[in-house]
Design a protein around this ligand. Structure first.
Ligand SMILES: Cc1cc2nc3c(=O)[nH]c(=O)nc-3n(C[C@H](O)[C@H](O)[C@H](O)COP(=O)(O)OP(=O)(O)OC[C@H]3O[C@@H](n4cnc5c(N)ncnc54)[C@H](O)[C@@H]3O)c2cc1C
Length: 350
């Protein structure tokens, strides 16, 4: 009989997990506290998708590579361009000597471990400028197939034939009937007894959607420079993001939009000018003390997929593949070092 897996939380982590559980032959059920989870036609929903980089071919690199290549595969499966994702490429600015050394090492070690030069390479400032459509003063790391995506639209595709219970705020994970229950409820995971001991905390951030100007509309790739800017999608560009551990709310602040615009113009003087803010969106990134995601078993039937930090899209996909295979088939899809590095067990038990 198919294994019934309860998933608490209908964000990208929960939706990705539901999709993978189904793919493995299990029966996922999502419990979501909110009255709505995703939208087919969301206004202003945009995220960058890229791996979290590390200089060596280590646990981080293996984990995020799995999520990144799964993202590329899924976008093809779901119909590719045209539903709000743009494989426009990502330039990662080598803004200082430290970053230049680090990214050079990243490219060398990832090229030796399955990433082709098409997937990741270094480009000169001149090449970066030609790629970006904007003068870029420094050398960059370039990921040709990275870009931007609408997580809400992807979620709607991921859970097409999944049972979803809306307005269902779960308080006791162990009380749900089924073969396994996964806490995939972002910053709220530590409210559950099984996860209360985990050092997971949240950092507020805000992104800004600006109306393109004649100059900014020339940007052709996503550029990460500490902040980031996307190419124009229907006349709107996505920039961000603020990082405010001291703020505990997700109210949109006009001064944060100003800050995002200021940071952009400071980095790229060619983009300096007045911008109309179309929308701002604020949220919480939850992260563990060591900045690695927390994925694995917490107790007999309770698992966790949380602390996906600033790389929620690729991290959610990688964690979903790992957990679905483990829960439904009791198999490991990635090497033991990665599983240990991400395991909640690394923080001991309360
Ligand atoms: C400003 C900002 C910019 C970002 N930019 C990017 C980016 O460009 N690229 C990227 O990859 N990531 C980005 N991130 C990170 C990304 O948004 C997160 O990592 C990701 O959303 C985490 O997804 P999640 O499903 O784990 O959690 P969430 O999105 O928080 O979803 C958790 C869900 O669980 C539900 N829930 C909570 N408690 C309960 C309960 N008791 N019962 C039932 N349901 C419950 C909530 O209602 C919610 O729907 C950004 C984050 C911020 C704040």
């Amino acid at each position: 009989m198919a294994k019934r897996v309860n998933i608490i939380g209908g964000g990208i982590a929960g939706c990705a997990l539901a999709y993978m559980i189904k793919r493995e032959g299990g029966e996922p059920v999502i419990y979501e506290a909110a009255p709505r989870m995703y939208e087919d036609e969301p206004e202003h929903d945009c995220s960058t998708y890229n791996p979290r980089y590390s200089a060596q071919w280590d646990e981080n690199a293996k984990y995020f590579s799995m999520g990144y290549f799964e993202a590329l595969r899924l976008f093809e499966e779901f119909g590719g361009k045209g539903f709000n994702w743009d494989q426009c490429g990502t330039l990662q600015l080598m803004a200082n000597e430290k970053k230049a050394r680090r990214y050079s090492k990243t490219v060398a070690s990832w090229n030796e471990n399955g990433w082709s030069e098409e997937d990741i390479c270094l480009v000169s400032a001149k090449e970066a400028s030609d790629i970006a459509g904007l003068e870029v003063e420094k050398e960059c790391m370039f990921l040709k197939r990275s870009g931007v995506v609408s997580p809400l639209r992807i979620c709607s595709k991921l859970i097409k034939s999944v049972e979803v219970k809306l307005n269902q705020k779960v308080e006791d994970a162990a009380a749900l009937e089924g073969d396994a229950t996964v806490l995939a409820c972002g910053a709220k995971v530590t409210l559950f007894e099984e996860a209360a001991h985990l050092p997971i905390s949240s950092v507020r951030g805000q992104v800004t959607f600006i109306r393109e100007t004649e100059v900014s509309s020339k940007v052709r790739t996503t550029i990460n420079y500490g902040g980031h800017i996307s190419p124009s999608l229907n006349g709107v560009q996505y920039i961000g993001a603020t990082f405010q551990p001291w703020l505990k709310h997700t109210k949109v602040l006009p001064e944060d939009d100003d800050q995002n615009i200021h940071n952009l113009c400071e980095r790229f003087p060619a983009l300096a000018g007045e911008y109309d803010v179309v929308a701002g969106k604020a949220g919480m990134r939850s992260a563990a003390r060591d900045h690695f995601p927390v994925i694995g078993r917490l107790s007999d039937k309770v698992y966790i997929s949380a602390a996906h930090g600033s790389f929620g899209f690729t991290s959610s996909l990688a964690s979903a593949i790992i957990l679905a295979k483990k829960i439904v088939k009791n198999e490991d899809v990635i090497s033991e070092d990665v599983i240990k590095k991400m395991s909640p067990g690394r923080f001991g038990k309360a």
